[in-house]
Design a protein around this ligand. Sequence first.
Ligand SMILES: Cc1cc2nc3c(=O)[nH]c(=O)nc-3n(C[C@H](O)[C@H](O)[C@H](O)COP(=O)(O)O)c2cc1C
Length: 198
Amino acid sequence: MADLFHVVGRQRACREFRPDPVEDDLVERCLEAATHAPSAENRQPWVFVVVRDPELRAMVGDLTRRAWRGGGRQHSEPRLASGLLTDVDRGAEGGVAAAPVLVVVCGDTRLGLEVTLPASIFPAVQNLLLAATALGLGSALTTLPVTFGAELRTALTLPSTVQPLAVVPLGWPARRLGPPRRSPVSEKAHRDRYGAGW
Ligand SMILES: Cc1cc2nc3c(=O)[nH]c(=O)nc-3n(C[C@H](O)[C@H](O)[C@H](O)COP(=O)(O)O)c2cc1C
């Protein structure tokens, strides 16, 4: 099993997948890792809907495309480096939905205050992403499709207390991704007081 720091250093968004299936036991291992995340009061408000049905995946893909074309792209275009824009574009136009598995990550509002719900869900999403990376699977944290949460809720028969917060595709990467580009710690960390430098 890969070293944690190696996995953390390789984890990145994958938006192009091979059509090969992903076995259920691998998905379950990712979910197992996700369910070991911390959460407020240890209430574990996460709910995972594992979508394999081609029609439902196409529906999620459609919501993603609509969110992207209906404002997402316009918002992101001036902010994203051209390579990333091209990548997100491809993902939103069908790349992400082509993954054989889409994990719709939701929060149960009965198990957490609505304002703190995302803070209790996203550590689980991060564990899911890291586990996928450790297993050699491609994955990505996406939020574009949850723009249309009501439609997602209807299609997946989510009760009104279960709020969709993210969609994570899981599949075998179509190509090898290079290392993630991140600013060094020295640009982000301070000793004792802000501005003191590292
Ligand atoms: C809150 C959040 C929302 C995101 N939503 C999307 C999304 O809807 N679609 C997408 O393709 N990527 C999405 N991403 C992935 C980011 O684009 C990605 O993490 C970032 O560009 C770093 O890229 P890398 O993983 O390739 O290093 C999201 C990431 C975060 C943290």
